[in-house]
Design a protein around this ligand. Structure first.
Ligand SMILES: Nc1ncnc2c1ncn2[C@@H]1O[C@H](COP(=O)(O)OP(=O)(O)OP(=O)(O)O)[C@@H](O)[C@H]1O
Ligand SMILES: [Mg+2]
Ligand SMILES: [Mg+2]
Length: 697
């Protein structure tokens, strides 16, 4: 466990010597007053009244009846009340007609938006049943369908094989959210009608008279109370929705009609017969237009014999992308668009990717191994439509398919056709393979560029400009020299070993941290640069692992000023990251003070005592010249290297902290005290001298 950080008290005391050297012992805090003792278990006193629960009782629990929940919380049923939600009403009604068409009963669907904003959807299918409902006496099946949530004919799979409808909710929700809705049913030779407002029947179902027609027509207008007064169907959007439906089922004609006064977009016709015998292949051809593609479109439709299930698809690849997107994939289940994809899309991607990789292997293209689904889909324009029994969607708006069976169905159906398509025309297969491999290589390059960018961005962000960093990335064996002044910094830069020695020149006197407040510390340029270079955070967020260097070496001149700067730095480290000192990473360089020369022989002495020692030893009786260095900046880089920085020759002093708080106070006082000479001597005396071997470098 690390010792607690030095308290600010200690330093404010240090900085103001007139105050007592030791803090007055702080009296232990008085024990907190005991909570009003209350042996609740024994006393029979009634408990104090709990904060009032107000009027929250059984009566607060409401059960919304009928269609009320839809009007209260439309978001749950149609995903909101915005324009998208508004148009979802059309989707619900159209889906029901499409189900009737896909089931083989309706051939024609008519969609019409009139002058007053009423939308009519008609299909010539079986017609919603109108006979009395066995479980709802006095109500027709039609009324039940329109007014009861979770009523419908699509639960058992007997009336519809595969259907977009499955919750029995759709058309009742439309009813609830329309200020007016009327249904007309032509069925078994009779015409019937019933009218609703905001989900409420406006009278019983009426028999209009005999007819030869068949089918269902729903005419409605979204309720401004729900969607706002300005809300209205957009012809262009309705048309687009109707059109894509027609592509999804070849057997249907959708007749579109819109009052000309409502049309604002010139691409939306007032009338159209939407019928596409080539299904999705037509749909894709329309999207692609005259755009250049890598291969002809790969498309097809396969129905599972004997069981309900079909997959239809169309896909091509464009180097230039499609309009404003590089690629797109649109998927559908039982003609319901699934903009959020799901299991059918997953199966589609997986099959294309696997097929293409297998083909690469077949033709001996090793780079096929790089391909991922992302590369295959990136520039693809793809449409996938599945028909399955009992689909599972997320939510009533059915934005995402979640049936696991859809993945298996798509994979099972698509695999062989895709393999055949690839092998029957090696020219197109090779073109596609080369194109997708290019995407993979681009992706890998992008990722690499991004990594390099990130690395240099963080470096730029973290490191101060005047730091001459070492080239190695790892902190193992890396050393940071904190050097006094720019001229010494220049010499040190030339003297260093670039690989593992970094230089940070500090200009002038750094802030006296002993008296500075924390935010002042942060504002100090020299110190904040130092922190950045170290890569570590101040206590308590300091972590030894963050340090970008194994050793931090204070390298100042061997004089009084140098000692002062050294002591400021030591105090700074002690105050902001004492763990750095405790973990043994802070050192003092020992530049020489004297150079003793005798003929060709020379030696350096780090202080007077050392000089005397040398004069009495190796140089005894010789004629010597003694030179005194005034500062590091005065030394030749080669000299600085030889005497102070080269690990094989230098001596470093490791800064250690005394164990007891008292001694630390004493140390700091001496370091920061007013008497410069004393401080200098203190550093000279206390630096524990260690040789290179001892330092294990
Ligand atoms: N155009 C139609 N032709 C024939 N029957 C219809 C038509 N529209 C609705 N129905 C009947 O009304 C039922 C209820 O429709 P509704 O849209 O509320 O639910 P759903 O389609 O079963 O499920 P979902 O909530 O997923 O749409 C349907 O199941 C179907 O039996
Ligand atoms: Mg429905
Ligand atoms: Mg219903």
């Amino acid at each position: 466990m690390s010792k607690p950080a030095p308290s600010d008290d200690l330093f404010s005391l240090m900085a103001s010597p007139q105050e007592p050297a030791r803090p007055e012992p702080v009296p232990a805090p008085a024990p907190a007053p005991a909570p009003a003792a209350k042996p609740a278990a024994v006393k029979a006193e009634p408990a104090a009244p709990a904060p009032s629960s107000g009027d929250y009782s059984a009566a607060s629990i409401e059960v919304l009846e009928g269609l009320e929940p839809v009007r209260k919380r439309p978001g749950m049923y149609i995903g909101g009340t915005d324009e998208r939600a508004l148009h979802h009403l059309f989707a619900e009604v159209l889906d029901n007609s499409m189900d009737e068409a896909v089931a083989g009963f309706a051939k024609t669907i008519r969609v019409e938006l009139d002058q007053d904003g009423f939308l009519t959807v008609f299909d010539d299918g079986r017609g919603i049943p109108v006979d009395p409902h066995p479980r709802h006496p006095g109500k027709s099946a039609l009324e039940v369908v329109m007014t009861v949530l979770h009523s419908g004919g699509k639960f058992s799979g007997k009336v519809y094989e595969t259907s977009g409808g499955l919750h029995g909710v759709g058309v009742s929700v439309v009813n609830a959210l329309s200020d007016w809705l009327d249904v007309t049913v032509w069925r078994e030779g009779q015409e019937w009608r019933q009218q609703f407002s905001r989900g409420q029947p406006q009278g019983p179902i009426e028999l209009i008279g005999p007819t030869k027609k068949r089918g269902t027509q729903i005419r409605f207008r979204p309720d401004p109370e729900i969607f706002g007064d300005a809300a209205a169907f957009k012809p262009s959007r309705l048309y687009r929705m109707a059109r894509s439906k027609a592509y999804l089922f070849r057997g249907v004609h959708i007749r579109w009609k819109c009052d000309p006064a409502r049309i604002t977009d010139p691409n939306t016709p007032t009338e159209a017969d939407l019928h596409f015998p080539n299904g999705l292949a037509d749909f894709l051809a329309e999207r692609v237009g005259s755009q250049e593609t890598v291969t002809p479109t790969f498309s097809g439709r396969v129905e599972r014999k004997g069981e309900a299930g079909a997959v239809e698809w169309a896909v091509t690849w464009s180097p230039a992308g499609f309009g404003d997107a590089d690629g797109f994939i649109q998927s559908y289940c039982n003609t319901v668009p699934t903009p959020d994809g799901g299991t059918h899309e997953a199966g589609f991607r997986a099959t294309l990717t696997r097929g293409l990789k297998a083909y690469a292997e077949l033709v001996g293209e090793k780079r096929g191994g790089l391909i991922t689904a992302e590369d295959v889909i990136a520039n693809a324009g793809a449409l996938v439509s599945v028909f399955i029994k009992n689909p599972e969607f997320q939510g009533q708006t059915k934005d995402r398919l979640s049936s696991a069976s859809a993945t298996r169905l798509v994979e099972g159906i698509l695999r062989d056709p895709f393999d055949h398509w690839l092998t029957e025309s090696p020219k197109q297969a090779n073109a596609l393979l080369a194109f997708v491999i290019e995407r993979a290589e681009e992706r890998l390059k992008r990722r690499k560029d991004k990594e390099v960018q990130r690395a240099s961005a963080t470096r730029k962000l973290r490191l101060p400009g005047k730091l001459a960093d070492c080239s190695q990335q790892s902190s193992d064996g890396a050393e940071l020299f904190l050097v006094e002044g720019d001229s010494a910094g220049g010499s040190a830069k030339q003297a260093r070993n670039r690989a593992n020695q970094a230089i940070l020149p500090l200009r002038g006197k750094i802030l006296n941290v002993a008296s500075a407040a924390a935010d002042k510390l942060r504002q100090n340029q020299e110190l904040s640069d130092l922190m950045l270079a170290l890569g570590a955070q101040p206590h308590p967020r300091f972590r030894v692992e963050d340090l970008r260097y194994e050793r931090i070496v204070i390298m100042t001149d061997a004089d009084v000023d140098g000692a002062h700067i050294a002591s400021l730095l030591i105090t700074f480290f002690y105050r902001t990251m004492p763990e750095l000192i405790r973990s043994g990473r802070l050192y003092l360089a020992q530049p020489p003070l004297y150079r003793i020369t005798s003929g060709k022989e020379s030696a350096y002495a780090r202080d007077d005592a050392h000089k005397d020692e040398l004069l009495a030893g190796p140089f005894k009786g010789k004629k010597v010249e003694i030179g005194r260095f005034k500062g590091l900046g005065e030394m030749m880089p080669a000299q600085l290297k030889e005497t102070t920085m080269d690990p094989s020759k230098r001596t470093l002093a490791r800064v250690t902290l005394p164990q007891s708080e008292d001694e630390i106070e004493d140390l700091v006082e001496r370091l920061m005290g007013k008497k410069a000479e004393a401080r200098f001597r203190f550093i000279q005396d206390n630096a524990a001298f260690m040789t290179a071997e001892e330092l294990d470098v």
